[in-house]
Design a protein around this ligand. Structure first.
Ligand code: ATP
Length: 443
């Protein structure tokens, strides 16, 4: 069975990311892992009991539905396991290890750099202005205000500026509007307002993502106003992102809105087909997947206005192909994208997959296993196939008999007993069974 929990969870995270807002996803899922998938129970590793409780109470059905699309069988159960509690987690926390931390603020995603950012008509101005802000902070467009819909690359660009500026030795602080607000509220509560101000006013580059979040929060706006003035007056670079242009952030104080327009306002629009194709090509290459031009063309032709969704589609197609072990054709991509029940497809594909794996291990073909050849090697391989299928607990003995070339349940039962006994004293057979198990688990 396909029980490589870490990989399955990575794929599920791709799908979950498309269904949740970014702050929500980041807060609750950023450090989760796939720990185990055994006996119909999928164990998700979480960083602490607070996250476990939240996911348990609020996200259980979303997680279940997402995983059920990826995993065969009915009655999937979900368990949450706190890191360090009992068994060690199966995989390193996602992205956390590889990320760098921007001067006490949020961490940078190493992938969000200029060299992975695809430039097209939709984002040419924003990209050029971002490059300039990174190369000559405070000397050009200040502030730089980048706006656009969800999943179009604002965070990617902001973080690219931050990483490039840091490489050039600048002090950078990257925060979301939400984080700025909550830090400020906490600082007020703990009487650390001065410390808070100092922290924000001592940087060379301040990057605030989703700045619209502070709109309507009078005290936070007030503090941000002073921070902005101080940084701007001393020639430090400010880059802001939001879901709409300054004048459309209606709840924001006028004095802030007008300041946001002092420098350059650049919009990122949804990608056109050419850009979708370039992004798909680059992301597939990054994932080490070779996609035929007709597959890429088909996927790019789907009108998608959000790059995160485009990436989600690619992940889905790759996962589909990995789980089904079949080549990616335009038709297969279409089925994956049209959300046809993956679980059903895997289930109906499982015997073929299993027989192919056993045949491969014995250097035979599936036809050999299903046919009437009776030589010792083929007969042994056929018995092993029956034994492995029985251990999957998905089919009755009668069903296995039918799947392996129309044999009786008694033949299957005899084959399984024989292999079980022989494996006790035959190290060669034991190794072969282990090999098959590992291949089926994708290890
Ligand atoms: N031009 C691009 N080239 C390559 N990847 C891109 C590009 N634009 C966006 N992406 C990718 O799309 C995904 C979503 O981008 P990002 O998180 O930056 O969007 P956003 O505009 O900040 O969305 P939101 O408003 O929801 O926070 C990321 O994985 C990002 O790397």
């Amino acid at each position: 069975m396909l029980n490589n929990a870490a990989k399955i969870w990575e794929t599920a995270l791709g799908a979950l990311e498309c269904q949740l807002s970014r702050p929500n996803f980041r807060t609750w899922y950023a450090r989760t892992t796939g720990v185990a998938y055994e006996g119909g129970c999928f164990t998700v590793g979480v960083p602490n009991s607070f996250v476990a409780e939240y996911l348990e109470q609020n996200q259980r059905s979303l997680i279940e539905n997402t995983l059920m699309r990826l995993l065969p069988g009915n009655g999937l159960r979900i368990a949450f396991q706190v890191a360090g509690g009992g068994k060690a987690l199966a995989a390193a926390p996602r992205a956390e290890n590889a990320s760098t931390r921007a001067e006490g603020g949020c961490r940078f995603n190493p992938r969000y750099d200029f060299d992975t950012f695809i430039v097209g008509n939709a984002n040419r101005l924003a990209h050029a202005a971002a490059l300039s802000a990174a190369q000559k902070p405070g000397e050009g467009y200040n502030p730089l205000f980048i706006h656009g819909g969800s999943g179009l690359g604002k965070t990617h660009l902001l973080q690219a500026i931050g990483q490039a500026a840091e490489r050039a030795g600048k002090t950078v602080r990257y925060v979301s509007g939400e984080q700025f607000t909550s830090e400020f509220v906490a600082a007020l509560k703990d009487r650390r307002a001065d410390e808070f101000r100092e922290k924000y006013r001592s940087v060379d580059v301040l990057l605030v993502d989703d700045v619209q979040f502070i709109a309507g929060k009078a005290q936070t706006e007030e503090t941000f106003f002073h921070t902005f003035n101080e940084l701007h007056n001393s020639g430090r670079q400010i880059v802001l992102s939001a879901d709409s242009p300054p004048r459309a952030i209606l709840q924001m104080e006028d004095r802030l809105r007008s300041r946001f327009e002092w420098g350059l306002t650049a919009e990122i629009a949804p990608p056109d087909e050419k850009m979708r194709l370039s992004i798909l090509r680059a992301r597939a290459e990054e994932a080490g997947a070779e996609l035929a031009p007709d597959v890429l063309d088909y996927m790019a032709s789907e009108v998608i206005r959000n790059i995160r969704e485009l990436e989600g589609n690619l992940n889905r197609v790759l996962a589909y192909s990995k789980l089904l072990r079949s080549a990616i054709t335009p038709d297969m991509a279409r089925r994956a994208l049209k959300n046809l029940a993956l679980a059903e497809e895997i289930k109906s594909n499982e015997p073929r997959l299993l027989l192919a794996t056993v045949a491969e291990c014995f250097e035979l073909t599936v036809e050999d296993l299903l046919g009437r050849k009776r030589d010792k090697e083929t007969a042994a391989a056929r018995q092993v196939a029956m034994f492995v299928m029985k251990n999957q607990k998905m089919w009755s003995l009668g069903e296995i008999g039918k799947l392996v070339g129309d044999r009786t349940a008694a033949t299957v039962s005899h084959a399984c007993d024989k292999i079980e006994q022989e494996a006790e004293y035959n190290p060669l057979l034991k190794r072969k069974l282990k090999d098959i198990e590992q291949r089926l688990n994708g290890k």
